[in-house]
Design a protein around this ligand. Structure first.
Ligand code: GLA
Length: 707
């Protein structure tokens, strides 16, 4: 500190983080322009980069689509606009006029720059916000738009930020794609020329893409090279457009909403975008991931210092077939395994016997819980566990009392089909009354029963996302919905400070920095097949920390894939995140229960490393060789190496796994074998952990520094 500095004569701003710099200036037209994002610079050095803008090369060129902090629709600009407005008289071009700046310290250890602009003629102010931290290279950016006039104006696009990369001969884009039960499939491909759009039109973050990108010059590896990355803190529809221009530049812009929406901003109203956080890092994709994990722990999660309990979830054991006696039987066995949080999943309320009915009627079914939920909660507490409950507050089955009473509460358009997915419709959380109703029953339910944990689910994508009562601004639904959702969760947390929440959307359909700032962990995927899970967890770990990645050990053959893998392998894969158990414990043999209890105890020993340590990926799930992940305690006194060998091919190379991040002068003892290894050997030459022959072999190597 100070980390934000200014050269008034050159109009250059420099934001410095511990290892990186970000520089910008306002150009002669008044537009905020990018100068640098990379290794540390001094303010003098940053000014060297402020060369005058070259005139367009022909009458067919305008301003470069790359290099502005928030490219607008206006002037001779032909790239993707980050900001597109329509004023009351129909004018659509925005013209920048600087209107001042503010630097302040929102809290110790961070500084914020607000650059203010207005339109040269029309009553719209645009404030670009930048926040930097003393302990992170992540830079948070967001934009505030305010209508200062007397007429409404329309926002056709309002991204949080645009990010510019330095010139490179090539660019590569890393991101994830997927679908339900196959989230977070990592893609790493050469960035095509033109515009590449990553988006969710589903009203949620989505299983199909996740709002983060990593770009490199095509030369980064897991451990080496420069990487520019960014993640959006938003849980609704979103769009990130990456551009590569013919002259070899690259940039990207991102924000809430996808295409075709127009948000009316009334007189005096403002629109605040979500945060788009960016990071430049050296040290490859691994270092980028570690920086995102550290940032998420330090500045996103509400209770980062807590250690997440080992949970049990009843879903795969019982499906919708839940009742007090069955849950108590499972809870008794879970407690014996060492479980610390017992979660009753779907099926406990209203007429919920299948996915076809009951959503919306949030009182315990009388026939299944004749005395309500309290006796079960009391029993779980008596067994020494916390009690968690599944809820899906944003949904309704047409076959429910709620829908019969309030058919107008769902997202819909008049004269249009109400498309059902999983036999359910989406409640319009953008409506105040709907959000109030949800807050009301949730806070009563949690308070009256002493519920410690909610699994907050959301099980279908939006469709016909209209708001007929507000036909003038049906386009507000997407943003108003998410804001009200956030507000309901925030109020619930404020009412019940001990309540912890898991974000779930049919697995990992709503995982992002926005929801993670108000929940404690995420249900990573409905796919609990440990073999598939290795790739899902690999993609998840690119940005999000293990401390948030819930992973259950379930039964075989796996309900989804039919694959059978050993209990040990299932545990070793789930131990890479927040361990949970999701099998039918009443069918586990004594031997399985004993092995399970041992592995739960082993997890508890290494859990501080997994949940609060530093992650390295010695080997990703790239081929038929073993994949491995390493967690090291912040003081480097302990490390855990988890190795998973899926289907080995006879004769495939056996490459030692090189560890990282150890104390270079130290020696480490393998707690199982007693073997002592030098850190230099472990990191410079690697080890070949012993694996039993055959498919689905795995091991957990726990190393402790020799005093
Ligand atoms: C979703 C969740 C599952 C389970 C079911 C219950 O699919 O991801 O874990 O809770 O809903 O209906």
């Amino acid at each position: 500190m100070p980390v934000i500095s200014y050269a008034p004569d050159a109009g250059v701003w420099l934001l410095s983080t511990p290892r990186t710099s970000y520089a910008l200036r306002t150009d002669t037209t008044g537009a905020p322009c990018h100068l640098a994002w990379g290794p540390r610079l001094t303010l003098e050095e940053a000014q060297e980069l402020a060369a005058p803008q070259a005139p367009p090369a022909s009458s067919f060129e305008g301003r470069s689509p790359v290099g502005e902090e928030l490219p607008v629709d206006g002037g001779a600009r032909y790239g993707t606009p980050s900001l597109q407005v329509r004023f009351a008289d129909g004018t659509r071009a925005f013209e920048w006029q600087p209107a001042g700046h503010r630097v302040h310290e929102p809290e110790p250890g961070s500084q914020e720059l607000a650059l203010e602009f207005s339109d040269r003629h029309y009553p719209l102010t645009v404030t670009l916000h930048y926040r930097v931290y003393a302990d992170s290279d992540v830079i948070e950016r967001w934009t505030r738009l305010r209508n200062t006039g007397n007429d409404p104006l329309v926002l056709l696009r309002a991204d949080s930020a645009a990010w510019t990369l330095p010139s490179r001969e090539d660019y590569r884009l890393s991101h994830v794609t997927g679908q339900w039960s196959a989230e977070s499939q990592l893609r790493r491909e050469q960035l095509p020329f033109g515009e590449t759009v990553l988006t969710s039109r589903r009203g949620i973050t989505s299983h199909h893409a996740n709002p983060w990108v990593m770009l490199d010059a095509g030369d980064a590896t897991e451990e080496h090279g420069q990487v520019w990355s960014a993640a959006l803190a938003w849980s609704g529809g979103w769009r990130v457009t990456v551009q590569r221009t013919p002259d070899g530049r690259a940039c990207f812009t991102g924000g809430a909403g996808h295409d075709g929406a127009s948000l009316t901003l009334g007189p005096g109203e403002q629109f605040l975008t979500p945060v788009h956080a960016g990071l430049h890092s050296e040290g490859g994709f691994g270092a980028a991931s570690r920086a995102w994990h550290a940032y998420t722990l330090a500045h996103v999660l509400p209770h980062p210092d807590e250690t997440q309990p080992v949970l049990y979830n009843s879903w795969e054991a019982t499906g919708f077939d839940v009742d007090a006696a069955g849950q108590k039987a499972l809870a008794a066995r879970a407690a014996k395994l060492g479980v610390e949080l017992y979660v009753m999943d779907d099926g406990w309320f209203g007429g919920r016997r299948s996915e076809r009915a009951g959503l919306g009627d949030w009182t315990a079914s009388r026939d299944r819980f004749p005395e309500g939920l309290s006796p079960l909660v009391a029993e779980v507490h008596r067994l020494g566990m916390r009690f968690g409950l599944w809820v899906e507050p944003e949904m309704v089955n047409p076959d429910s009392d709620l829908y019969r009473e309030h058919p107008d509460w769902v997202l819909h358009f008049p004269h249009r089909t109400r498309t059902e997915l999983r036999s359910q419709l989406v409640l319009n959380f953008a409506r105040r009354d709907v959000a109030e109703w949800a807050y009301g029953w949730l806070t009563r339910l949690v308070g009256e029963h002493g519920i410690d944990f909610l699994k907050w689910d959301m099980n279908r994508a939006f469709s016909e996302a209209g708001w007929p009562e507000r036909h003038g601004d049906a386009d507000q639904v997407g943003t108003a919905y998410v804001r009200n959702l956030y507000e309901v969760i925030d109020r619930l947390r404020a009412d019940h400070p001990a309540l912890r929440i898991e974000t779930c959307s049919g697995g990992g359909g709503r995982v992002d920095l926005g929801i993670l700032s108000r929940t404690d962990q995420a249900w990573t995927s409905d796919n609990t097949d440990a073999s598939d899970r290795v790739a899902i967890q690999h993609g998840y770990s690119q940005i999000y920390p293990a401390r948030t990645m819930a992973a259950w050990v379930t039964d075989v053959p796996n309900q989804l894939t039919g694959r059978s893998v050993p209990l040990r392998f299932r545990f070793h894969v789930a131990m890479a995140g927040v361990l949970g158990i999701g099998g039918d414990l009443t069918r586990w043999s004594d031997a399985e229960l004993a092995e399970g209890a041992e592995l739960v105890a082993e997890y508890k020993r290494v859990r501080p490393l997994v949940q609060h340590g530093v992650m390295h990926r010695p080997r990703g799930p790239v081929d038929d060789g073993p994949a491995a992940v390493q967690y090291t305690s912040p003081d480097r006194s302990e490390a855990l190496l988890l190795v998973w060998q899926r289907g080995p091919r006879h004769g495939s190379p056996r490459t030692p796994l090189r560890l990282a991040g150890l104390d270079p002068r130290a020696r480490y003892r393998d707690t199982r074998t007693g073997t002592v290894h030098s850190a230099n050997v472990l990191t410079g030459y690697g080890i070949l952990p012993e694996l039993p022959p055959g498919d689905w072999a795995s091991t957990a190597v726990h190393l402790i520094r020799v005093p």
